[in-house]
Design a protein around this ligand. Structure first.
Ligand SMILES: NC(=O)c1ccc[n+]([C@@H]2O[C@H](COP(=O)([O-])OP(=O)(O)OC[C@H]3O[C@@H](n4cnc5c(N)ncnc54)[C@H](O)[C@@H]3O)[C@@H](O)[C@H]2O)c1
Ligand SMILES: [Zn+2]
Ligand SMILES: [Zn+2]
Length: 382
């Protein structure tokens, strides 16, 4: 089969690799029809992780079940399924509690597993013609009859839409809150979209890409372009000097300043400043315990200079982590089914698998107009 393979920093290649196959009775094999490129793939693409060369990348996967293991009950050949980027076993302590991003069984010795992802187990990615799905009964969300028609909406349920929703949840959002989102990538836009769907009284989003911010403006968010205005002043103005009730961190450790220099503590400290006393911060932007590519020794150890004093003084709360996609994807699929959510508005590019190298290059540069890419492995011969 054809697959997108990581070849080293800033290099991916479409290659012929052995077909995905059943390895365990609880597996299914899915013919991938849609698979997105994610901001998280870029950490690997840039060589900022220890993702092994030769591995297939891709964790935002949707497709049709073509082979079913003997131990699978609920999922059938021909089903169209949406796959959370996290792989959960369904029976460990964390999966039982709905914390499927921290499964203790799927990747022994580490809490969390995913497809085609550094440190997250040996599982191949889905930017390929076929994908092996472990613990298939637990991990497959079988889609309703409009699956093909709304495929570009449903594929957003594999990661970024639930991740955006999770950011609002981690921030403890309630109806009528004032919500601040920092970061204008796909995750930030989905966090802002989730906050609007969840009836925030006000949603502000900070970034510096006019094309990305425009998407959020179109669904009613207040956009704050830090290239034009001082974001702290703008937030103070929009909140009558009080600060936001809730904030979503949607940038992560590769946050950069206006000159493009990385400053991993930049957004975190901005949020402490911008959130009101007793408010809360949900962090879904990725932070890592080791970052050999960072500029300072402290940052290389995965540490940041965090404004703990102000955070304490303001009595704020914070929660972090990968999104437990399964905790939200069924509910969000219902919103799509009932035409209450159309997350596909985020997609700027629908491409074939062969176009992946060019897509990675452009998405990595945050080239204008490249907000989100979906690859369609079935098209154009793969
Ligand atoms: N927690 C999870 O489950 C989860 C899931 C998916 C992605 N992520 C992470 O979320 C983060 C965002 O991913 P993404 O897919 O949106 O892609 P992305 O990397 O394109 O998004 C980040 C955006 O933040 C902007 N940015 C950088 N520095 C900034 C600053 N100082 N102020 C404002 N904006 C700034 C970037 O220009 C970019 O538009 C990444 O770290 C990714 O790994 C986490
Ligand atoms: Zn992703
Ligand atoms: Zn588990």
């Amino acid at each position: 089969m054809r697959a997108v393979v990581y070849k080293g920093p800033h290099q991916v290649q479409v290659e012929n690799v052995p077909d995905a196959k059943l390895e365990h009775p609880t597996d299914v094999v899915v013919r991938i029809t849609s698979t997105n490129i994610c901001g998280s793939d870029l950490h690997m693409y840039q060589g900022r992780t220890d993702f092994e060369e030769g591995r297939i990348i891709g964790h935002e996967n949707l497709g049709e079940v073509v082979e079913v293991g003997k131990g699978v009950h609920k999922v059938h050949k021909g089903d169209r399924v949406c796959l959370p980027f996290n792989i959960g076993c369904g029976f460990c302590k964390n999966c039982e509690a709905g914390k499927t991003a921290f499964c203790l069984e799927a990747n022994p010795g580490f809490a969390g597993a995913a497809y085609g992802y550094a440190k997250m187990g040996p599982y191949s990615g889905g930017q390929a013609e076929y994908l092996r799905v472990p613990y298939a009964d637990f991990n497959c969300l079988v889609l309703p009859e409009d699956a093909a028609e709304k495929e570009n909406d449903y594929v957003m349920l594999t990661d970024i839409f639930p991740t955006g929703w999770h950011a609002t949840e981690l921030a403890g959002m309630r109806d009528g809150d004032s919500v601040l989102v920092w970061g204008d990538g796909p995750v930030g836009i989905m966090a802002a979209y989730s906050a609007v769907l969840r009836d925030a009284r006000q949603v502000m989003i900070v970034g510096h890409h006019a094309d990305r911010l425009k998407l959020a403006e179109d669904f009613g968010a207040i956009t704050i372009n830090e290239s034009d205005v001082d974001p702290q002043e703008a937030i103070a103005e929009h909140t009558q000097g009080e600060g936001a009730d809730r904030a979503c961190e949607c940038v992560g450790y590769q946050a950069h300043n206006q000159d493009g220099e990385e400053q991993p503590n930049l957004v975190m400290n901005n949020l402490v400043k911008a959130v009101r006393p007793t408010g809360a911060i949900g962090v879904v932007g990725l932070f890592v315990p080791e970052d050999p590519g960072a500029a300072s020794e402290m940052n290389q150890r995965g540490q940041i200079a965090f404004d703990m004093g102000l955070f304490f003084e303001k009595g704020q709360r914070m929660a972090t982590g990968q999104a437990d996609v399964k905790a939200y994807n069924r509910q969000l699929a219902d919103l799509v089914f009932h035409d209450k959510a159309q997350p596909s508005f985020l997609l700027s590019h629908e491409l074939t698998l062969d176009e992946a190298p060019d897509a990675y290059e452009n998405f990595d540069k945050r080239a204008e107009g490249w907000t989100k890419v979906v690859l369609k492995p079935g098209k154009n011969g793969g």
